[in-house]
Ligand binder design. Structure first.
Ligand SMILES: Cc1cc2nc3c(=O)[nH]c(=O)nc-3n(C[C@H](O)[C@H](O)[C@H](O)COP(=O)(O)O)c2cc1C
Length: 652
């Protein structure tokens, strides 16, 4: 669409106007309560990719212990988000009614079997006007999987002993419209180590042999240095290794030739089209299934799972296998992101995903090579792979070999250290040495975290280098030597985009950039892609924004359930969502728009009470909002957001 058709307030050209006072959003005087900002102006720099309990647990005692004493910027370490449990839980066999005899565990079963006893001790019904005295899940899908445990039980209670709409076997298998659910037996095979990682074993041997081939050409001293860097076991005597290498040379050559014949080129995988797609970033904790479902409803084309760690996936850990799950509305265009430090982890996690899930529900498997979290970095995962591109490439090639027809992609940062960007240099290697389908670049270094703006000049430069490398490669002897046909790696830019003008400016400013990925912009303003589509800003009223929260609450309860546990989980993640959502400064109260991510407003009041409440920085107000959808907060409910920047109390 031409610039003329786009509507921007106070703007007659497409150049975004920055506010006069750096870091301060400009609010109309009548909405300003106090000139002091309720958060420090640069608190966006405290934004952080959160470490959650799952990641900490998976990293084991070493990671946890070292992490304890180290200050984690931007994160609330003293969170006490206790899990809510029922005092007297109902036997799972009796959730839809029935008698004690229906429980095969007999006297050994520790759950309650007397329905009336259970109902008497059960937490009170949720009282809130949002759902009109019905059960939101029952209303939406025609049955409630929580049965008698539901806290909106009166919405589907026939009489004291029976329910309306008991799900049949088919409905029980339906998983509430969710896909990528691993079967119990398959998970057990992983747990019991019965799963055969046949393809991984093959490709790891091949990759190892290619590495050895490369080492053969090196002098012994270089070889030792390379081995030390790559954590390969160092043989006691280099001479002995030389001998061994010679013995294996034939086998290696054979494997190398096999790899050349059997490797999958990107164009042999199913097509992945990210061009001009509206992409929501992978987001640990906040990018959960209900949030992504909401984003799909609000116009996103591509969504990603939260980052799943390779090792617990390989081990069949429940909490990790919950992460690749997606809502059916996310397909196609759903990517699963994994994090790992070694090729064996990359290969086996990818093989487990590809073998155990319906591949048609996964559009890409993405390797996280940008995560800055210390716990991961110390173990060689996330952005640590940027320090060892050879290892990153081996991970990508291993993944590509075992992923069936699922394309492999990678998400990177500019580098790990400020002033030492490596992304541009990496492009040539990705073109020459891998078969990936796309690369996403977040225009910041690891060291930088969220301080300073994303460097879009550099992002653009890297996109150009990628195309130049592709051209060079397609004219090279190496290319002529393969059965590969020319292929274009898609390039996605990421960083600080929170409005449609910037989205188009970056996209149209460089045809080598295929699309723009958005993270915080979509958390703070989930209707961001509606604006991209309409090419104008939409001044959503508090009523419209409350509807968005209601959708989130609905999707959350469909996902986590309406029993005591489900409501508590839904409330917790609702509050995590609020920790970003509250940062939206309503367009109608702004003197100048858009407000950028690094700008903070002075204390303001909204155009009505609800708008003011939704903009509150006080955690207690987010909890108050949660009560509109989940009823009164459970007595022992404690909430601390993952981000310090998002937890300023009004009294601070
Ligand atoms: C709360 C939060 C969680 C994130 N989790 C992930 C993640 O799991 N995987 C990932 O690749 N990036 C993650 N990121 C980084 C974002 O995907 C994105 O690269 C970064 O925030 C820059 O984009 P933005 O400026 O649009 O926010 C996370 C960012 C935030 C704020």
């Amino acid at each position: 669409m031409s610039e003329a058709k786009r509507h921007a307030p106070d703007s007659d050209d497409s150049t975004p106007k920055r506010s006069h006072t750096a870091g301060v959003a400009q609010i109309k005087p009548q909405y300003i309560v106090s000139l002091t900002s309720n958060e420090p102006p640069a608190s966006a720099s405290l934004d952080e990719e959160p470490t959650n309990d799952r990641i900490q647990d998976s990293m084991g005692p070493q990671g946890g212990k070292r992490g304890k004493n180290k200050k984690r910027r931007g994160q609330n370490k003293n969170r006490d988000n206790r899990q809510v449990k029922e005092q007297n839980p109902l036997c799972p066999r009796l959730v839809f009614g029935g008698a004690r005899e229906d429980c095969s565990f007999g006297d050994k079963c520790r759950f309650e079997h007397d329905l009336q006893n259970y109902l008497q001790g059960k937490a009170t019904e949720v009282q809130c006007d949002a759902w009109n005295k019905t059960c939101p899940v029952f209303d939406a899908v025609g049955f409630c999987p929580m049965g008698f445990k539901c806290r909106f039980l009166s919405g589907h209670l026939k009489d004291a002993e029976s329910l309306v709409g008991v799900p049949d076997e088919k409905q029980k298998q339906w998983h509430m419209g969710e896909v990528n659910v691993i079967g119990g037996d398959q998970k057990l095979d992983l747990i019991k180590r019965r799963f055969q990682f046949a393809k991984s074993d093959e490709v790891l041997e091949i990759i190892d042999s290619i590495q050895q081939e490369h080492r053969d050409e090196m002098k012994p001293e270089q070889q030792i240095a390379a081995e030390a860097k790559d954590d390969v076991e160092i043989a006691p005597q280099v001479v002995q290794r030389e001998k061994e290498l010679k013995e294996h040379r034939e086998r290696q050559k054979e494997l190398y030739l096999k790899y050349k014949d059997t490797r999958y080129f990107a164009q042999e995988k199913k097509p992945l089209n990210l061009n001009r797609k509206k992409i929501v970033s992978p987001l640990t904790t906040v990018g959960n299934l209900p949030y992504r479902r909401l984003m799909r409803k609000l116009g996103a084309d591509v969504t990603y799972s939260e980052m799943a760690l390779a090792v617990p996936l390989i081990q069949g850990t429940n909490s990790e296998w919950a992460l690749p799950k997606a809502h059916s509305t996310e397909v196609p265009g759903y990517g699963v992101q994994i994090a790992c430090s070694k090729p064996w982890q990359a290969a086996k996690a990818t093989e487990a995903l590809a073998a155990n899930l319906d591949n048609s529900n996964i559009s890409e498997i993405n390797l996280n090579s940008g995560c800055p979290i210390d716990l991961l970095y110390r173990q060689g995962s996330g952005s640590a792979l940027l320090d060892n591109p050879a290892r990153m490439i081996r991970c990508l090639n291993a993944m590509n070999y075992v992923s069936n027809d699922i394309p492999i992609t990678v998400k990177i940062r500019t580098g790990t250290k400020d002033g030492h960007p490596i992304a541009e240099g990496l492009m040539k290697r990705l073109v020459y040495e891998t078969d990936i389908s796309a690369v996403t670049l977040h225009g910041r270094s690891r060291q930088q975290r969220y301080t300073k703006s994303a460097d879009w000049d550099y992002i653009s430069k890297v996109a150009n280098t990628l195309r130049e490398s592709e051209l060079e490669y397609s004219n090279s002897e190496q290319f002529k030597d393969t059965r590969e046909s020319s292929h274009r790696i898609q390039f996605v830019g990421n960083g600080d985009v929170n409005n449609w003008e910037d989205w188009y400016r970056h996209l149209e400013g460089n045809s080598n950039i295929d699309s723009i990925m958005v993270a915080r912009g979509c958390l703070i303003k989930p209707w961001m892609f509606e604006e991209v589509e309409a090419q104008q800003y939409l001044d959503k009223s508090s009523v419209e924004r409350l509807d968005i929260l209601k959708d989130y609450a609905q999707f959350a309860m469909e996902h986590w359930g309406t029993d005591m546990y489900g409501i508590a989980q839904s409330r917790r993640y609702f509050c995590e969502f609020m920790s970003f959502f509250h940062r939206y400064v309503p367009m109608g109260i702004c003197e100048r728009y858009p407000v950028y991510l690094n700008e903070r407003p002075p204390h303001w009041v909204g155009r009505d009470d609800m708008e003011t409440l939704m903009g509150s920085t006080d955690v207690n107000d987010w909890i108050k909002l949660s009560e509109l959808f989940f009823g009164k907060t459970e007595e022992n409910f404690v909430f601390m957001p993952k981000h310090k920047s998002n937890s300023y109390s009004v009294n601070n």
